[in-house]
Design a protein around this ligand. Structure first.
Ligand SMILES: [Zn+2]
Length: 157
C-alpha cells in the first residue's frame, strides 16, 4: 500500500480521527480549526488539495464537491468507519502508535524524566515502551489499553 495516505476529517469524525492517528495515519481534523468559519467546507477542500490529503466527511454535499479527493463516510459507528476505509483499500488494520492521538504530532521515545514526571504512568514500569508528545507533553505507552484498542481495530464487523 503506497504511498502512505494522509487524511483530513470533518468535525463529525473526531473518534475516527483518533483511531487513524493510533493506526499511524497522518490525520488533520477540522476540530483543530477555529470554529464559526462559514466557509469551512471550502477551507477543508483547499487544505486537502494543497497537502494531497484525502477528505473524509459525513456530509454528502461536501463529499460531492471533493470529487476524487473525498470519501463519504457512511456510518456513525467508528468500527464501521474503519471497515469502510479498509474495504476501499485506503488503510490497513494496524496499531503503530507513532503519533499523538490528540494533536497528530509524531511521538518520540520518552526520557526517564518525562516518564517519572508524567501525571499518568503505570505503577510498575517493566515491560512497557514509552512515547512522548512534545506538543501536548503527554505520555503514551503500549500496555493493556493499547492491546484492547488493537483488538477493536482488528475486529471485522
Ligand atoms: Zn499531542
Amino acid at each position: 500500500m503506497s504511498p502512505e495516505p494522509r487524511f483530513i476529517t470533518d468535525r463529525m469524525l473526531g473518534t475516527l480521527t483518533r483511531y487513524l492517528r493510533f493506526m499511524g495515519y497522518n490525520t488533520v481534523s477540522a476540530n483543530g480549526f477555529e470554529e464559526g468559519n462559514t466557509k469551512e467546507d471550502t477551507l477543508l477542500l483547499s487544505y486537502a488539495e494543497r497537502e494531497g490529503r484525502i477528505l473524509l466527511t459525513r456530509d454528502t454535499e461536501l463529499a460531492h464537491r471533493g470529487k476524487d479527493r473525498a470519501v463519504l463516510i457512511n456510518s456513525d459507528d467508528v468500527l464501521e468507519q474503519v471497515q469502510q476505509l479498509v474495504e476501499r483499500g485506503l488503510i490497513e488494520r494496524r496499531l503503530v502508535m507513532d503519533r499523538c492521538s490528540l494533536c497528530n504530532t509524531p511521538l518520540r521515545t520518552a526520557t526517564d524524566e518525562e516518564i517519572v514526571g508524567a501525571e499518568y504512568a503505570p505503577q510498575d514500569l517493566t515491560g512497557f515502551t514509552f512515547f512522548w508528545c512534545s506538543q501536548c507533553r503527554r505520555l503514551y505507552w503500549n500496555g493493556s489499553h493499547t492491546k484492547q484498542l488493537l483488538e477493536r481495530i482488528g475486529q471485522e464487523k
